[in-house]
Design a protein around this ligand. Structure first.
Ligand SMILES: NC(=O)c1ccc[n+]([C@@H]2O[C@H](COP(=O)([O-])OP(=O)(O)OC[C@H]3O[C@@H](n4cnc5c(N)ncnc54)[C@H](O)[C@@H]3O)[C@@H](O)[C@H]2O)c1
Ligand SMILES: N[C@H](CO)Cc1c[nH]c[nH+]1
Ligand SMILES: [Zn+2]
Length: 423
């Protein structure tokens, strides 16, 4: 990889974001098929896209019991510790309902109400993601959502990955459907004979999942569309090239479409990172994927000053930003757009992907300009409460009816006047 100057036109948007026409048409026809044929459609689509013939759509208890037998104590302990951290972080996000009472007896308030039913998508095409179950489900549980349906694509043996099943079970998720892709999104949005439709669908996925979420939006709520993973590392000459390369590869290995970028003020560091990437790629089990991701969507950019580098980062608005400079905390205040910021040499992105507590479902493709990480707020609605006393209405009625008459809405004005004995 070459070290190149950073040009203002560089973005993290990959051409694939809105999908090709063929992909959009395919997703529309998958959704149509699920709406028309329900469970039967889901089985047929899974045969086509996952090459598996399912005997059952839902995971059975015996599959979960068997999964526990395939997981060792250390793995279970790791999942339980991660759950604890992620739960602790998300419980702090909970907002309280509130009510104020004024002197004239008026009461105003805001109630925070969890969604009734939520669908979580857990990707499973190219890798298994127990961590994403935790990130999707824990904020929903913390928010008070009572019904969670999880969808994830099955493997060749009709099963989900044992760690996926164990994690779901540790979180108390009972409805687990072995369906992936656009068909899963359609089933959650419209319901089938056996799958109850939900109010909101959350979770990352590939382009088919993303396009399907976009298409069903309106029928259900969705979270922001999290696309292929991205990491931007902002570094000066004090940073360690081996750490930076390791972290860039940790995201490049997700997907050929993933993007790993270094922005640095040091040409020397840039060159060392390029060498390290080559070296560390050599024995990486997912070398092929990571190599393609680096070739197509990876870069090492050089800027003259740190101020220019920071400006570039804000323009890129990455999903993950690692700051590896002499004083990373000093730069935090100038970062306006990033899904999650990792400070210093020991905050590898993997720490946040799996364990620290903050959510790893984050805005991608520059959408950190206006979107936030998945969190408890994604699983609640606000509902306002208004309680006026007779005294308050007597005192303010004339203002209310005045505004109504400005709008030419006489019935509104009279609805107030009648209570004041004026009509
Ligand atoms: N942002 C995050 O938090 C986060 C977390 C984990 C994963 N990810 C990303 O999620 C993505 C996961 O993608 P994945 O493919 O591994 O799993 P996936 O579960 O999203 O997609 C697999 C499904 O895609 C469908 N599919 C495959 N080819 C198709 C085709 N030609 N036509 C129609 N449908 C087709 C199949 O039904 C299959 O079940 C990756 O890009 C990864 O980087 C993001
Ligand atoms: N980095 C991904 C989000 O972009 C999340 C993840 C899951 N597993 C490993 N990493
Ligand atoms: Zn990751």
């Amino acid at each position: 990889m070459n070290v190149t100057p950073l040009d203002e036109s560089v973005t993290l948007e990959r051409t694939i974001e809105g999908g090709t026409e063929k992909q959009r048409e395919s997703v529309s026809s998958i959704i149509e098929k699920v709406r028309e044929n329900g469970d039967k459609g889901l089985i047929e689509l899974t045969e086509i896209f996952d090459r598996v013939t399912l005997d059952e759509l839902f995971v059975q208890q015996e599959e979960i019991d068997e999964a526990y037998n395939q997981v060792n104590d250390k793995e279970l302990e790791a999942i339980r510790k991660a759950i604890e951290n992620i739960r602790d972080f998300h419980q702090r996000q909970l907002r309280q309902s509130w009510m104020v009472t004024k002197e004239d007896g008026t009461m105003l308030g805001q109630r925070i109400i969890p969604f009734d039913r939520v669908g979580i998508y857990v990707p499973g095409g190219k890798a298994a993601y127990p961590s994403t179950i935790m990130m999707d489900a824990i904020p929903a549980i913390a928010a008070g959502v009572k019904s969670i349906t999880m969808c994830s694509p099955p493997g060749e043996d009709q099963r989900l990955h044992p760690m996926v099943l164990v994690t779901a079970s540790e979180l108390g998720i009972k409805n687990i459907v072995k369906i992936g892709g656009a068909q899963a999104v359609a089933a959650l949005a419209y319901g089938t004979e056996s799958i109850q439709k939900v109010d909101k669908i959350v979770g990352p996925g590939n382009i088919y999942v993303a396009l399907a979420k976009r298409e069903v939006f309106g029928q259900v709520a969705i979270d922001s569309i999290a696309g292929p993973s991205e990491i931007v590392v902002l570094a000066d000459e004090t940073a360690r090239a081996d750490y930076i390369a390791a972290d860039m590869l940790s995201q490049a290995e997700h997907d050929e479409l993933a993007s790993a970028v270094l922005v640095t003020t040091s040409e020397g560091l840039g060159k060392k990172v390029a060498e390290e990437l080559e070296r560390q790629l050599e024995d990486l089990p997912r070398k092929k994927i990571a190599e393609e991701s680096l070739d197509k969507h990876g870069a090492i950019y050089l800027t003259e000053t740190m101020a220019e580098a920071v400006e570039a980062v804000n323009r890129l608005a990455p999903e993950h930003l690692e700051i590896m400079t002499a004083q990373p905390d000093n730069l935090l205040g100038s970062i306006r757009h990033a899904g999650a910021v990792f400070l210093g040499p020991y905050s590898a992105e993997a720490v946040g992907d799996y364990f620290a507590g903050p959510n790893h479902v984050l805005p991608t493709s520059g959408t950190a300009r206006f979107s936030s990480p998945l969190g408890v707020d994604d699983f609640v609605k606000r509902s306002s409460v208004i309680s006026y006393s007779k005294e308050a209405l007597e005192e303010n009625g004339e203002y209310i009816s005045a505004i109504a008459r400005i709008e030419g809405l006489e019935a509104h004005a009279r609805a107030v006047d009648i209570r004041k004995g004026e009509k």
